[in-house]
Design a protein around this ligand. Structure first.
Ligand code: ZN
Length: 319
């Protein structure tokens, strides 16, 4: 059974400038290669998928995209263009490529309508949101129209890491801890916790939030979230861990290590852990080998590799 991968990236024309901000501290020779892979929808991408045992990739725009666009009308227009571009590329290999919508969260009503169009007309599987949108997180009531529509459509919102609103002062002097090493984990885990602690899942109990990196450390912390929420009198219908188990799913993107997947499986349940390679930011061979060598029951591996994603994204079984 070929794997389904949920966090696999591309770039659309006109989006390079947004993305380049995230690699300004990386060797240009290195990001030049990555850029070529992001722009390719042909043999290079398909053979990388074969290398990591992926039958179907859900493609998403490499962030932050229009979420750092200051002009809302431009953001709305360009998000639509990116989605139309992706839909065209998906036609090149319709049995291999799926899509997550890129959305201008600046205007949540427009984002909800665009998600609707992408799911109904372009057959996309949900949306990827690249962290905060010009400083606004997804627990903000202004974003409710988007959550409401995602819940009604039965599709997940995948929260992808992005730079924090301001660089984290605790990391001053430690360039090696910035961004993908640690900063994005703290930022994205915190973003997800804001959503949980805001009571958003009491309002939208059917909503699904996906996190990469095996849950941005959240599965490890469940007991402490519950214990401290009680201490501080957090008013929610249920314990924080209940929402994290019920409304969150996690993927292996950029986290090919046994201990965290073991923790995620035990903390969240085998139905909530899925595969991702995070192409082209990770090595496809390493991602595939991690899955090939996982010391787990074959049924659990099948759930992580295929069954859970097929159920979440309502993908019909292929032979
Ligand atoms: Zn990614």
């Amino acid at each position: 059974m070929k794997r389904i991968a949920l966090e696999e990236h591309f770039l659309a024309p006109g989006f390079e400038e947004y993305w380049l901000k995230t690699v300004e501290d990386v060797d240009p020779a290195l990001y030049g290669q990555v850029l070529a892979r992001l722009n390719d929808f042909g043999e290079q991408r398909l053979s990388a998928m074969d290398t990591s045992g992926i039958g179907m990739s859900v493609l998403s725009l490499a962030g932050p995209g229009v979420q750092i666009e200051r002009d809302t009308a431009t953001a709305v227009r360009k998000a639509r263009e990116a989605n139309d571009f992706l839909a065209t590329q998906m036609q090149k290999a319709p049995d291999r490529y799926l899509g997550f919508a890129h959305l201008a969260v600046q205007d949540a009503k427009a984002a909800a309508d665009e998600l609707d169009r992408c799911v109904r007309d372009l057959k996309f599987s949900g949306a990827m949101i690249n962290g905060h949108t010009n400083g606004q997180y997804l627990d903000h009531p202004d974003t409710y129209p988007l959550w409401e529509r995602a819940e009604a459509l039965g599709v997940p919102l995948y929260l992808h890491p992005a730079d924090p609103i301001t660089p984290m002062p605790a990391l001053d002097g430690y360039r090696g801890l910035k961004r993908a090493t640690w900063e994005w984990t703290v930022e994205t885990g915190t973003h997800a916790l804001r959503i949980v602690f805001s009571g958003l899942f009491d309002r939208f109990p059917g909503a699904k939030l996906a996190l990469g990196h095996l849950g941005e450390t959240l599965p490890y912390q469940l007991w402490r979230f519950d214990s401290r929420a009680k201490l501080y009198g957090v008013k929610l219908n249920r314990r924080p861990s209940d929402y994290i188990r019920e409304n969150l799913v996690v993927t292996t993107s950029g986290m090919f290590s046994f201990e965290p997947i073991d923790c995620a499986l035990k903390a969240l349940g085998r139905e909530n852990v899925m595969y991702s390679a995070d192409y082209p930011f990770e090595n496809p061979a390493e991602a595939g080998a991690f899955m090939d060598e996982l010391p787990l029951d074959p049924g659990v591996i099948a759930d992580i590799s295929y069954n859970n994603a097929a159920r979440l994204l309502r993908i019909k079984a292929t032979s």
